[in-house]
Write a protein that binds this ligand. Structure first.
Ligand SMILES: NC(=O)c1ccc[n+]([C@@H]2O[C@H](COP(=O)([O-])OP(=O)(O)OC[C@H]3O[C@@H](n4cnc5c(N)ncnc54)[C@H](OP(=O)(O)O)[C@@H]3O)[C@@H](O)[C@H]2O)c1
Length: 306
């Protein structure tokens, strides 16, 4: 019953699709414009090291504010620590409405591979690392990134995350790359503010790759809506670039927009609980992506694209 009331209240709060409220029932809700930016592409080859065009990377970050973006996704393992340093260089001192959302649970090896870093002491190290590099005293929102097949029980990691929240190092806690079971376990342990899973028109459900497993948004969207938890999708464009869809091309022609823009417009229309964070290292693509908030797909378009 509580869940139904929560979701009804948030739904009506979110009729204006240009905004989304994170943790609406908490003492410190965060009001976010419903179009963010993901920084992972502002790195070198293999998401490691400095970006090839540092000047353009800083320009994109500064432009986020001009475009009304107040939600930026990062991690200390992008680079390593490259995107956090760029964010600080471009945007510090931060405007009060800016929400920098980071994630913990993984790290990198010198060969650039991604490994779990999810023991309680690892999570503390990562949070402290984010706080230090970003030059902040509290992380507004952090996702615990589930690394499937890790030997650390989820409950052990989540207990550590809630402890860090109690200590005030974290304001709101979200989860990333979650299965339905993971999410239900976490919700039974405490307040989960957001979920960040792979999701987009081209790939909506879990995908196993040679490098791991990306859990899909479609599987968890219903639980997110029932619990008033915004879903922050990743890989919304990259999966679409490699899977051409004639229906997307047709709708793009109809609106005189690009296919990337229609993929993003689809996400915005799919649910008022979705907060897109497309990534790009190109200023031109960044500006193109921002324009997708102007496109309102019709119900007929959505049925056609379903
Ligand atoms: N929680 C997690 O596990 C997780 C995992 C992955 C990512 N993330 C977050 O989610 C964000 C989004 O994911 P992502 O950046 O990996 O993938 P994405 O948003 O799906 O797509 C990025 C790719 O699309 C290209 N692109 C972007 N805009 C374009 C446009 N208008 N036209 C053509 N190509 C375009 C980019 O190339 P150009 O650089 O050339 O534009 C880049 O190769 C990341 O930045 C990161 O913050 C989270």
């Amino acid at each position: 019953m509580l869940f139904i009331l929560q979701s009804e209240r948030t739904m009506s709060d979110q009729k204006n699709t240009s905004e989304i409220i994170i943790a609406p029932l908490s003492a410190s809700p965060l009001k976010v414009n419903r179009f963010g930016y993901g920084t992972m592409r502002l790195t070198g080859e293999g998401i490691y090291g400095e970006p090839p065009n540092r000047k353009e990377a800083l320009e994109i970050l500064r432009k986020t504010r001009e475009k009304g973006i107040n939600f930026i996704d990062t991690a200390d393992y992008y680079g390593e620590d490259v995107t956090n340093r760029l964010i600080k260089e471009a945007l510090y001192p931060y405007q009060t409405d800016l929400i920098i959302c980071t994630k913990v649970g993984a790290t990198r090896k010198p060969d650039k591979s991604w490994i779990s870093f999810n023991r309680p002491e690892n999570l503390r190290t990562s949070i402290d690392n984010n706080l230090r590099t970003l030059k902040i005293e509290q992380v507004s929102l952090v996702h615990f990134r589930v690394m499937p097949h890790s030997d650390v029980p989820l409950k052990e990691s989540m207990d550590a995350m809630f402890q860090l929240q109690k200590e005030g190092k974290i304001l709101h806690l979200g989860m990333s790359n979650v299965s339905v079971d993971d999410l239900n376990i976490a919700i039974s342990m405490g307040n989960i503010a957001t979920v960040e899973n792979m999701y987009g028109h081209a790939q909506r459900t879990t995908l196993k790759t040679p490098h791991g497993e990306n859990r899909g948004g479609e599987e968890v969207l219903k639980i997110c809506i029932e619990n008033a938890i915004p879903l922050i999708p990743y890989f919304s464009l990259i999966n679409a670039l490699t899977k051409k869809d004639d229906r997307i091309s047709q709708v793009a022609k109809k609106y005189h927009k690009t296919e990337a823009q229609i993929n993003l417009a689809w996400l915005l229309k799919r649910s008022p609980f979705i907060l897109p964070i497309p990534g790009t290292s190109s200023l031109k693509h960044f500006e193109e992506n921002c324009e997708s908030v102007q496109i309102e797909l019709s119900e007929e378009d959505m049925n056609y694209l379903d």
